[in-house]
Write a protein that binds this ligand. Structure first.
Ligand code: C5P
Length: 409
């Protein structure tokens, strides 16, 4: 299923709060309407200081709602709350987050949030000092613990020329979390009862106490696989070097180096039904050069590299019957032949190969294009698509492999 079709025919309430990022709701509303959703927009009274009601009415599927009192319909908060398939608040201010966490309904938007049973996605945007305030962070964790999806703010330019964390997440990130929020309702539970372990992100290998050798992996593909597995009912452990908002059904283990990743995965590998090594594990790490920080006055440091353990090959050696082991391979030539070689050498069931020399593919991009090479079936090619869609195709192949293996064990 593509992301756009997920929204088709859905009743989506978009809440807009009073922050400078309110203008960005225009892009989100337009995206959702283009994707076939019915969009009902609620503006808080403060939002009207930042963006015109006429603009949002023109873009939404019905006139914008602003108050509990001037709406023609009876009790608008319950009507919108009940009709909604999903509510997204973008931008969400510290006030809105606080009221929602405390259950205080002081305007139409908070009343609707409290009156709904639909999944809710909250997209905070505020100054760094406000975002980092202990009260805001507490309210965010309260909402998370109640199953509210949070699209964390990004680093970047803020109002008044300041730079820091607090900028509203990009529309594609909000759309990805909304997709995830809708998926559990659609999930077929096809991986329920299975323990899926996923690794994600690039490892960082210390040079000295402050410097690291890193790579460009964003961790997005691995996190998308973890979310997709959770939406199919799996119990998911995500071992990652990247901090991203955890979704329900996922236990997150934070690591930094290849060694830490190896220790974490080897502890849980015996209980895993499926292991997906999407992480970009460093192949080499610096031999430590100093206990503390190498001083500039001491000259250019003599950095010598040593090989890291190949975690995946190690897992291939201890693979238990019935377990599906999936590797990733970033290639620049002979995609399928190189991937096939790795699959055999590392005793894998599947390898997801991508040609990272192509535009929009792999490291750091929102999209990917892969060939899934299997030990049992013909390779499957997935053309350029979002990492969420790629994750679903990878899991389709995982499920096929699980059935195949189970038939033969
Ligand atoms: O051989 P290559 O490094 O291309 O294989 C990539 C796959 O091996 C990925 O799935 C990656 O997570 C895994 N890997 C590993 N340990 C390493 C290097 C790569 O598990 N040291």
């Amino acid at each position: 299923m593509t992301e756009s079709s997920i929204f088709s025919g859905k009743f989506i309430v978009v809440g807009v709060c009073g922050g400078i990022a309110a203008y960005k709701s225009v892009e989100l509303i337009r995206y959702l309407v283009d994707a076939g959703a019915h969009v009902a927009t609620i503006m808080t009274p403060d939002a009207e200081h930042f963006i015109g009601k006429t603009t949002l009415t023109a873009l939404s599927s019905e006139p914008v709602h602003t108050s509990l009192w001037d709406d023609q319909s009876v009790i608008p908060h319950t009507r919108l709350g009940q009709k909604a398939d999903l509510i997204v608040v973008a931008p969400a201010t510290a006030r809105l987050i606080g009221s929602y966490a405390a259950g205080i309904s002081s305007d139409l938007l908070t009343a609707t949030l409290i009156a709904t049973r639909a999944p809710v996605v909250v997209c905070p945007a505020m100054h760094t000092e406000m975002w980092e305030h202990v009260a805001v962070q507490h309210n965010i964790s309260v909402l998370r613990s109640r199953g509210v999806f949070i699209t964390p703010p990004e680093e970047g330019r803020l109002a008044g020329g300041d730079v820091g964390k607090g900028r509203l997440a990009a529309t594609h990130s909000i759309v990805e979390v909304m997709t995830q929020a809708l998926q559990p309702q659609m999930g077929n539970g096809s991986l329920s009862g299975k323990h899926v372990v996923v690794t994600a992100g690039g490892t960082r290998e210390p040079i000295d106490a402050v410097r690291v050798l890193a790579n460009r992996s964003s961790g997005k593909q691995g996190h998308a696989v973890a979310r997709a597995a959770a939406s199919r009912g799996a119990l998911v452990t995500l071992i990652t070097t990247v901090e991203m908002s955890p979704a329900s059904g996922i236990t997150q283990v934070q690591v930094e180096t290849a060694q830490q990743m190896q220790e974490a995965i080897e502890k849980i590998a015996p209980s895993a039904d499926v292991i997906v090594m999407a992480a970009a594990v460093a192949d080499f790490r610096p031999v430590p050069i100093a206990d503390g920080k190498w001083k500039k006055e001491d000259g250019v440091p003599p950095i010598v590299l040593e090989a890291t353990p190949d975690i995946l090959a190690g897992l291939g050696k201890i693979k238990r019957p019935g377990q599906v082991l999936v590797g990733f391979a970033a290639e620049t030539s002979n995609l399928v032949a190189n991937a096939q070689g790795k699959l055999e050498r590392k005793n894998l069931d599947l390898i997801v190969a991508n040609d990272v020399s192509l535009p929009e593919v792999g490291f750091g991009h929102e999209t990917n294009a892969v060939t899934i090479v299997s030990a049992y079936d013909e390779p499957v090619t997935v053309d350029l698509a979002s990492k969420t869609t790629i994750a679903q195709r990878v899991l389709d192949s995982v499920e096929k492999s699980l059935h195949r293996i189970q038939e033969h064990t």
